[in-house]
Design a binder for this molecule. Structure first.
Ligand code: SAM
Length: 223
């Protein structure tokens, strides 16, 4: 009989330790050749731009990318997702300037940091939650990719329908020396496919915002 591990109900007591380990270590996983090739297809376009850059990581079908381009018409918005299937379902908009890229953000974030990119804003909307306690290292704030996410800087916005995910994200940012604010998201017009689904189901939604340009305390000072 298949045994299901339960969803994590309380913050992990070893989260600070996990985050500290990632902040103090160099992540040695090689960057895939296909990630470098993908990055190179948009690099010139991004670096030639004088507009503020907005990154929409794990954008799925890119509804939020299109929305952000309309909401920030003076910015260049880049939606990134690893799923060709989801990106193929994107509906192009006419408003604003935006690009879509198929890439694994585990590599993309490191390439962007190494290239010196500094997005003004960075969105991570409804990332895969990996809700079992045993899956914590797959969540972005407890993964080896976290330092690169922080290294990009900008105003980071994270949304999820799982309160614990957002609470742990705030905690992990605190370990790194950043102060984040968290709030319940008022029901409004959805800007992503998953947000629409959750609102239709009547789920509570949570949003966290953190200015990664302001280090208050902690390991962020090591950067
Ligand atoms: C739950 S969906 C949310 C999609 C979209 N943000 C939304 O709200 O509709 C999570 C997305 O993260 C993407 N994703 C997961 N891991 C990724 C990675 N390592 N690099 C890029 N995208 C990733 C998946 O392909 C998927 O589209």
């Amino acid at each position: 009989m298949k045994r299901y591990k339960p969803v994590q109900r309380y913050p992990r007591t070893d989260l600070s330790e996990i985050v500290t380990t990632h902040l103090q270590a160099d992540w040695r996983r090689p960057i895939a050749a296909h990630s470098i090739a993908a990055f190179d297809t948009i690099r010139d376009r991004i670096e030639a731009s004088t507009q503020p850059l907005i990154i929409d990581s794990c954008c799925g079908t890119g509804d939020s990318t299109r929305h952000l381009a309309g909401a920030f018409p003076d910015s260049l918005v880049l939606g990134v997702d690893k799923s060709a299937h989801r990106l193929a379902r994107h509906r192009m908009g006419e408003q604003g300037d935006y690009l879509m890229l198929r890439a694994d953000v585990n590599d993309f974030w490191r390439l962007a940091v190494d290239a010196g990119w500094r997005p003004a804003r960075h969105y991570l909307l409804y990332p895969n939650p990996y809700p079992k306690a045993s899956q914590i290292r797959k969540r972005w704030y407890a993964s080896p990719a976290f330092p690169a996410l922080l290294g990009l800087g900008g105003i980071l916005t994270v949304r999820a329908n799982w309160k614990l995910y957002v609470e742990e994200f705030v905690h992990a940012l605190g370990v790194a020396g950043f102060t984040a604010t968290m709030q319940k998201l008022a029901a409004e017009s959805p800007i992503t496919g998953f947000e629409r689904k959750y609102l239709e189901r009547g789920n509570e939604l949570f949003e966290m915002v953190c200015d990664l340009e302001i280090v208050s305390d902690g390991l962020g000072k090591l950067r």
